[in-house]
Design a binder for this molecule. Structure first.
Ligand code: 5GP
Length: 192
């Protein structure tokens, strides 16, 4: 998506060799117009699909999940909660997710009340790196016997293996922009 690519090149910051900071428009300060159009772009990419709800993980996936859900005609958004508790009880689905940015394991949970068997769910997140968050979310959908329609992310880091692994497993994964490398602080984007 050209508008997102422009924003990444203009405002994104490359940290070291593998972290992209886009907190001036995506995950701290939010450019609401851009996020609205990103949600519409996700809708176009999954135009043929029936989507009953959008699933993400708190906190930074929520903005794109919301605009995507609006583009699909105001379907609900469910965001998995990050829980420090090991004993989460029987009223939730849960999965362990290793966080790339925080370098620690989180337990993510979704209340069983919100996911019904057979529901068609689109997963949305801000970044796709090693695919841990996606894996946790697909695992929760499997537990709930929902249909995973696919996964959409704002930014895929193409030099990390998550996207390729998920596609090889047959999941439709759509990235609105793909970062191929970070060199000397400069973000190198894949051509659309
Ligand atoms: P994964 O689970 O695919 O390894 O990483 C995706 C999750 O980690 C996303 O939910 C995102 O919040 C975070 N993340 C991964 N890489 C980056 C990055 O380069 N920048 C930011 N801001 N978040 C990232």
């Amino acid at each position: 998506m050209q508008e997102l690519s422009n924003a990444i090149l203009r405002d994104g910051i490359g940290l070291g060799t593998d972290v992209v900071k886009v907190d001036s428009f995506l995950n701290h300060r939010i450019d609401t117009g851009l996020l609205t159009r990103m949600g519409e772009a996700v809708r176009e990419a999954f135009a043929d699909e029936q989507v009953d709800c959008v699933l993400t993980v708190e906190a930074s996936g929520i903005a794109l999940a919301l605009t995507t859900a609006q583009a699909f005609g105001n379907v609900p958004v469910i965001f998995a909660k990050k829980s420090g508790h090991i004993n989460v009880g029987s009223d939730v689905y849960s999965a362990r997710v290793y966080s790339f940015t925080h370098q620690r394991e989180n337990l993510i949970t979704v209340s069983r009340r919100h996911l019904q068997k057979g529901m068609r769910v689109l997963i949305v997140d801000d970044f796709l790196a090693n695919g841990e968050a996606m894996r946790g979310l697909t695992d929760i959908l499997r537990q709930a016997e929902c249909v995973t329609v696919g996964a959409a992310v704002a930014i895929e880091k193409g030099f990390q293996p998550g996207g390729q692994k998920l596609r090889e497993e047959g999941l439709k994964v759509v990235a609105l922009a793909t970062v191929d490398a970070i060199r000397d602080g400069q973000i190198i984007l894949r051509e659309a």
